[in-house]
Design a protein around this ligand. Structure first.
Ligand SMILES: [Zn+2]
Length: 246
């Protein structure tokens, strides 16, 4: 599945969490975090050849992330009062900047991610935010694992959600774990719909779970991805309207 589809599904999932889960505040930063998390498993993506398939070769997509990062940072700076929301807003802005940095050719990408990941790790140690260090470690190690292996497992999902849980506790921003975890798992579910499938429980078992509807990169595959995003978005919208009118 292409990165743009993953992002769309992650953002819709974020909207669903924000509006449908009781007790979770509706926040743009949370929705953005779910979007970021939906891209994280593909930090392991190898080559420039494959990044074409991801739909990230266009410069404008990279710039879109930079613009979103800047927009979030400005929104946070001018609109949010000091407190947990503000800290989370800046964190989400950092996340989008990271993704922008990740959209490069093969070797540059690995180095860029290693560098930003390790900087994040050090920043986490310096500020004594364990979750920030763990996030940095994840970002720096993931590009060196083979594609659709470690980052595409239930264990990585659990780790990502745990990082969110720690961030939740240290930032006091309720719902981080849920936004992060649901965004991450939306990626694995979406990849399960492709021909390659997902080895959810690797290395316990190499069993590949797949509902092979989509051949990534093919015309019909691209069409199906758009259809799935639209259908998913419509379903979530209908549910939200349903609960709002209650
Ligand atoms: Zn993937």
């Amino acid at each position: 599945m292409r990165g743009s589809s993953h992002l769309a599904i992650g953002l819709i999932t974020g909207v669903a969490v924000a509006y449908l889960v009781p007790g979770i505040p509706v926040s743009p930063a949370g929705i953005a975090l779910a979007g970021f998390s939906s891209l994280a498993p593909d930090l392991d993506h190898p080559g420039s050849r494959l990044s074409k398939r991801l739909g990230f070769t266009q410069q404008y997509v990279r710039w879109a992330f930079v613009v979103v990062a800047a927009g979030l940072a400005l929104y946070t700076h001018f609109q949010l009062p000091p407190g947990p929301d503000r800290r989370m807003g800046f964190t989400a802005a950092l996340a989008f900047g990271l993704i922008g940095a990740a959209m490069q050719g093969d070797s540059t990408r690995k180095l860029a991610l290693l560098f930003t990941g390790l900087s994040t790790l050090v920043a986490g140690l310096y500020t004594e935010f364990v979750w920030l260090s763990m996030l940095g470690l994840f970002v720096s190690v993931a590009p060196f694992t083979s594609h659709r292996s470690w980052t595409h497992t239930i264990w990585a999902t659990a780790l990502w959600t745990y990082i969110g849980h720690l961030a939740d506790r240290s930032l006091g921003w309720h719902g981080v774990a849920l936004f992060a975890g649901s965004g991450y798992v939306s990626h694995l579910l979406a990849d399960t719909l492709t021909k390659a499938g997902v080895k959810w429980f690797m290395p316990l078992t190499d069993f590949t779970l797949k509902l092979p509807l989509i051949r990534t990169g093919s015309k019909s595959g691209n069409f199906l991805e758009v259809a799935i995003c639209l259908g998913y978005g419509a379903a979530v919208l209908a549910l939200i309207i349903g609960t709002l009118s209650l």
